[in-house]
Design a protein around this ligand. Structure first.
Ligand code: ARG
Length: 273
């Protein structure tokens, strides 16, 4: 692939996704979820397919894990683990509803070329762990435990930067911040405690600061290859900010999956063999 004149150069991406055949909302493990509101697995699958197609169109390799009946949230593949340098750190979920997903994803990693590390501490995978310029940004406060950040250090021998989340709407790091490329990120300042915010300001003086309106449609829950960001189409302000910086954008409607409290990035687990 060649970048357009003046454009950015994309990095090839390989991602793992899970078709939401069994998607529904039957509990309230985050503030977005309301089991009394009707959901449609068909609509979830159709919207998820648009994300799958966008990734394919962008030239990504998309790998699939089989959905398991009864695991409503398995579509949110980002939570299935964290992979880097051929190693996969397994997830250990906070809530019983998602607990069986941990072993299901670890089995997939083992069968697909990763050295698997069973987690000792509660952690929800890439939902709370984002790779930025070689360092791992790791969230805590709602789901992933601070103890798991030490496990991460031991397994991957990388710098791990702990960031504390404080707003229950943005309970995973990938709902509060987006990786744009090796150097840049976007985030919602109010989603972090003061010390974490200071850390972000020091590390990323040029970050895109996203507003409440865009964050509230999970606009930050986005994924890209350094050239094109796939984002929630309702996050129009964020889209403008990205375009001003020279990124291409693809806007999608994943509103059905938002009923479970997840968006584009939640449905995406990056595979780094
Ligand atoms: N219902 C899921 C949960 O509460 C949504 C997970 C969203 N995933 C994410 N990476 N933010 O666990």
């Amino acid at each position: 692939m060649t970048a357009p004149a003046g454009g950015r150069t994309p990095k090839h991406k390989t991602v793992l996704m899970c078709r939401p055949e069994h998607f529904t909302v039957s509990s309230t493990i985050n503030v977005w979820m309301d089991p009394s509101r009707p959901t449609s697995a068909d609509r979830a699958v159709a919207q998820w397919q648009t994300l799958h197609d966008a990734y394919t169109w962008l030239g990504y390799d998309v790998e699939l894990i089989d959905p398991v009946a009864g695991l409503d949230d398995m579509v949110y593949a980002a939570n299935g683990g964290f992979t880097l340098d051929g190693h996969a750190y397994g997830a250990k979920f906070t809530y019983a509803e998602r607990e069986p997903e941990g072993p299901a994803y670890m089995e997939w990693f083992a069968a697909n070329g990763f050295e698997v590390h069973e987690p000792e501490h509660v952690n929800e995978g890439e939902g709370d762990m984002l790779l930025s310029n070689g360092a791992i940004l790791a969230g805590h406060g709602f789901r992933t435990s601070l103890e798991s950040h030490d496990e991460l250090r031991r397994i991957f021998d990388r710098e791990v930067v702990s960031l504390r989340l404080v707003d229950p709407r943005f309970y995973h790091l990938d709902t509060a911040m987006a990786i744009l490329d090796d150097e840049s990120v976007a985030y919602l300042p109010a989603a972090f405690d003061e010390a974490s915010l200071g850390e972000l300001e020091r590390r990323y003086p040029d970050a895109i600061l996203v507003d409440e309106a865009d964050a509230s449609v999970l606009g930050l829950n986005s994924f890209g290859d350094g050239r094109t960001m796939v984002i929630a189409q309702r996050a129009s302000g964020f889209e403008r900010q990205l375009r001003e910086r020279g990124f291409e954008t693809i806007g999608l409607d994943l509103s059905e999956l938002l009923l479970g409290g997840g968006g584009i990035k939640c449905c995406t687990l990056e595979l780094r063999r």
